[in-house]
Design a protein around this ligand. Structure first.
Ligand SMILES: [Zn+2]
Length: 368
């Protein structure tokens, strides 16, 4: 028997162009609109209709008239810094917006998204020479209250003249790059790679002229990084019957990560399915079987209590929604060099696509 033709998952041409644009654009939690506009523009040709909710979650829908509703979901927001205090000397102190990492901040270049558009600034840090001259010989460690941005202004008025205000957000400047051996690096692959992958699923359905026996809601939710808030809102609005969530997970094979605690997941070995109470076991089994049948490599993980992803928000929404989490392994999460393997992107897209092609409204998800 001939091998079944694989769908044309493609990390070239327009999809790759979109991915690069989408990653390089800033989409801080609470301020995701510009990224959502890019995403909506890309997905529009592949869906029947789109809508957004009051806080900016964006949804593309295929066959909205169907009663049975399936969601594929990712989150659109990225971690960032809030401008919290401007000193008389024109230095800018911060608060976190999401789990942004203080340890990697010194010497990073940032964009402050002010009223007059983006302003370049840097995380200044004392030189190694001057650090070591302290009386107790102890070097300062970066903490939220000693990190500051320097935009070139030398007093508060000069800062404000650039359109920078309390409550403006700052994002790292680092963008998309390709490394050897099929690795991509970028800021905020967590989780804009998810937004890319769900859009690609919609693109493949259209390109291969596939008709699904249910309504498909392609959801790019805001405000995940501060507590799954966008997903909570949109789950109530859509009231889905099934939700397939995608997010990143840790590659636990890099140094200083304990596999005994984090489990064993690695870039290049395929998407990971997570066991946890919020994950619906029968839906997980269903997805696992699809992976086996289609020879898609798969890794397994487990969490205690919650997944810490939008899966929790969908699972516990409304009267309960069978939900499953398909994660893509990522190195160096929440740094500016988040790293992904191309094969994992393709295999995660394939797994979601094949899962949808094999699903219908009669899927038996009863535990009894
Ligand atoms: Zn994150």
């Amino acid at each position: 028997m001939a091998k079944a033709k694989q769908p044309p998952v493609s990390l070239a041409g327009n999809p790759l162009k979109f991915l690069i644009n989408y990653i390089n654009n800033a989409s801080p939690t609470g301020f995701e609109t510009s990224g959502q506009k890019l995403w909506l523009e890309y997905i529009k040709p592949f869906v029947d209709t789109t809508f957004t909710d009051p806080y900016g979650t964006a949804v593309g829908v295929i066959k909205p008239s169907h009663k049975f509703k399936v969601v594929i979901e990712a989150h659109a927001d990225e971690i960032s810094w809030f401008i919290n205090y401007i000193s008389p000397e024109g230095l800018i102190y911060l608060k976190r917006n999401g789990g942004v990492d203080h340890q990697i901040a010194p010497s990073q270049r940032v964009l402050i998204h002010g009223r007059k558009g983006p302003v370049k600034a840097v995380f200044g840090w004392p030189a190694i020479h001057t650090r070591l001259s302290s009386t107790d010989n102890k070097e300062p460690l970066p903490k939220v209250d000693n990190l500051f941005l320097d935009c070139g202004a030398r007093n508060k008025a000069e800062v404000e003249a650039l359109g920078i205000h309390i409550g403006a957000v700052a994002t790292y400047e680092a963008g998309f790059e390709e490394l050897a051996y099929n690795y991509y690096i970028g800021r905020a692959f967590d989780n804009r790679i998810g937004g890319f992958m769900i859009a690609e699923v919609a693109r493949l359905l259209k390109a291969n002229n596939k008709k699904l026996p249910f309504g498909l809601y392609v959801v790019n939710a805001v405000q995940e990084e501060i507590g799954l808030r966008g997903a909570e809102m949109i789950a109530r609005r859509i009231k889905p019957d099934v939700a397939i969530i995608t997010d990143v997970t840790h590659d636990s094979t890099t140094p200083m990560i304990n596999k005994i605690i984090e489990g064993d997941t690695s870039c290049g070995k395929g998407p990971a399915l997570t066991y946890g109470p919020a994950v619906h076991n029968k839906l997980l089994d269903f997805v696992q079987k699809i992976a086996e049948n289609k020879s898609i490599p798969l890794q397994l993980k487990t969490v205690s209590r919650s997944t810490g992803t939008d899966t929790d928000a969908f699972a516990y929404s409304n009267d309960g929604c069978p939900s499953v989490l398909i994660s893509i392994p990522l190195r160096y999460m929440h740094t500016t060099v988040e790293m992904l393997h191309k094969d994992d992107i393709e295999n995660t897209i394939k797994l979601m696509y094949e899962t949808l092609l094999n699903m219908d409204s009669k899927i038996n998800l009863s535990y009894f």
